[in-house]
Design a protein around this ligand. Structure first.
Ligand SMILES: C[S@@+](CC[C@H](N)C(=O)[O-])C[C@H]1O[C@@H](n2cnc3c(N)ncnc32)[C@H](O)[C@@H]1O
Length: 209
């Protein structure tokens, strides 16, 4: 991901991201399902309801839908949503694509999803909103739901200019610990080349009510 020239537009606004989609400067987009998530979803015996936050062009969302899972993909950039809709239509896939702000999802969903999936959305939002993000994830997951995420970039400092804003793993898991218990935390061997050693795969279980 390389985002440098947009200080005039705040990255909390959809316009900031829309500009990159329109110019094709989407360095974060790997153009295919994420290998780590492809392996993980293969291990799932049941069909799951999965919500993907800041889904972008939706490669993971589309892949999970192809496998028969019930997918909700959310993004506030118009072009990302358009791209997802076009690809879904081409592949005749059904998924719930929401054009909106993830921070409004609590108005639509409560205790709903088996899984909330995260990849490069947490590092894209304003770090001051990380508590809000975690509260939101807790709110929309069902009582036995799980947060499945690749936390990136773990090698960058929060003080450095973002997005992406650095993700210190201990600090982040400490924030999640108000609502979640860690059931997996590992450095994946199949990260894409440019992110090797710079991301951590986590599965966190929502604490029971
Ligand atoms: C770095 S991109 C990652 C996209 C996708 N997860 C991927 O890996 O290709 C961050 C995405 O989050 C979206 N985003 C950022 N803040 C958001 C918010 N508050 N609500 C909805 N989408 C948001 C942006 O529009 C952008 O598509």
């Amino acid at each position: 991901m390389c985002i440098t020239d947009t200080q005039s537009i705040n990255s909390s606004k959809p316009e900031y991201w829309e500009k990159f989609y329109q110019s094709g400067d989407t360095g974060w987009d790997i153009g295919k399902p994420t290998p780590v998530f492809k392996n993980w979803i293969k291990t799932q015996k049941n069909k799951l309801s999965i919500c993907i936050l800041g889904a972008g062009n939706g490669w993971d969302a589309l892949h999970f839908a192809e496998l028969g899972h019930r997918v909700t993909a959310v993004d506030f950039a118009e072009s990302a949503v358009l791209n997802m809709n076009i690809t879904a239509a081409k592949r005749r896939l059904k998924l719930n694509i929401i054009h909106g702000d993830i921070f409004d999802l609590d108005k639509l969903f409560t205790n709903t999803f088996d899984i909330v999936l995260e990849y490069t959305c947490f590092c894209a939002i304003d770090p001051d909103r990380r508590d809000d993000y975690i509260r939101l994830v807790n709110h929309i997951l069902n009582p036995s739901g799980k947060f499945v995420g690749l936390l990136f970039p773990t090698d960058e400092n929060l003080d450095s200019d973002g997005p992406p804003f650095g993700v210190d793993i201990d600090t982040t898991l400490n924030l999640f610990s108000n609502y979640f218990t860690v059931i997996k935390k590992e450095i994946p061997s199949n990260s894409i080349e440019r992110r090797k050693g710079r991301e951590i795969f986590v599965i966190l279980k929502k604490n029971g009510n």
